[in-house]
Write a protein that binds this ligand. Structure first.
Ligand code: OAD
Length: 238
């Protein structure tokens, strides 16, 4: 089954790759919708990843992201991340990498131009529009840190449910989808829009790489039931 897809990839001038949490599963990062472990098992990530939840309980939401930051800081990019970065190095300008992941593993593997649609878990930003007094370097160290003058809180620089995606990254991702000959859709359940919509508007062949069924399988020209770290190196070798 990988043979026709390998052929599509080899003959494509423009390849778009859309990745989700499953991309990092083999690095040891639990996927977004996987049962959470330990202290956090009873919380639904979808309930925590909102501005409403942060305003209601900033300490709890900050602690949850701190827990995920600590976990991600300890893992390494896997063979799938590395295969994507190596392909881009060998073929400059041919592959556009679009990711819903906030873990930075594509960037750590060397994929410099990755379009991070949902932000970066290792960066912070102000919850409310910052005033002249808001200086992140001088924030009062607390959980979460805050501006000692006006009380504005720092929050993780990720896109929460109900928030807009970074406009420039989304526009570039849409352009890549509109122009691609092949789109690889890797490790995403395909339930969160607008990211999932990119697979539905892709101009070229759509290939799903996922061990489980996804909401995007009906839009696919090929579905490869396998793991990212195993299949991407096979599909992307010259
Ligand atoms: P999900 O947790 O919804 O889905 C993870 C997908 O990865 C599932 O379809 C799994 O079957 C698949 N998977 C698991 N292991 C895999 C492996 N080794 N190789 C390939 N696939 C594997 O994560 P996303 O689809 O990324 O956004 O979720 C999308 C967004 O929902 C996230 O970016 C997050 C959340 O809202 C924000 O936080 C803004």
């Amino acid at each position: 089954m990988t043979d026709p897809v390998r052929h599509w990839v080899r003959s494509a001038s423009r390849i778009a790759v859309l990745t989700g949490a499953g991309m990092s599963a083999e690095s040891g990062v639990p996927t977004f919708r996987d049962a959470q472990t330990g202290l956090w098992a009873k919380f639904d990530p979808q309930q925590l990843a909102t501005e409403h939840a942060f305003r209601a309980n900033p300490k709890m939401v900050w602690d949850w992201y701190a827990f995920r930051r600590d976990l991600i800081a300890k893992v390494e990019p896997n063979a799938g991340h590395r295969a994507l970065a190596a392909f881009s190095r060998r073929h400059p300008g041919r592959l556009t990498l679009i990711t819903q992941n906030v873990d930075g593993l594509h960037q750590r593997a060397g994929s410099e131009g990755a379009l991070a649609l949902h932000g970066n878990i290792f960066e912070d930003k102000w919850l409310d529009t910052p005033g002249a007094c808001c200086n992140a370097d001088a924030a009062v160290a607390d959980t979460p840190p805050y501006c000692g003058r006006c009380g504005n809180l720092l929050r993780p620089a990720v896109v929460w449910f109900g928030e807009a995606l970074p406009a420039r990254a989304l526009a570039a991702a849409e352009a890549a989808a509109n122009e691609c000959d092949v789109m690889l859709v890797v490790g995403t359940s395909g339930v969160v829009y607008p990211a999932a919509g990119l697979a539905r508007t892709a101009a070229g062949k759509v290939v799903i790489i996922n061990p489980e069924p996804t909401e995007l399988d009906d839009a696919a020209d090929a579905v490869l039931r396998g793991r990212a770290a195993q299949l991407l190196p096979l599909l992307l070798e010259d």
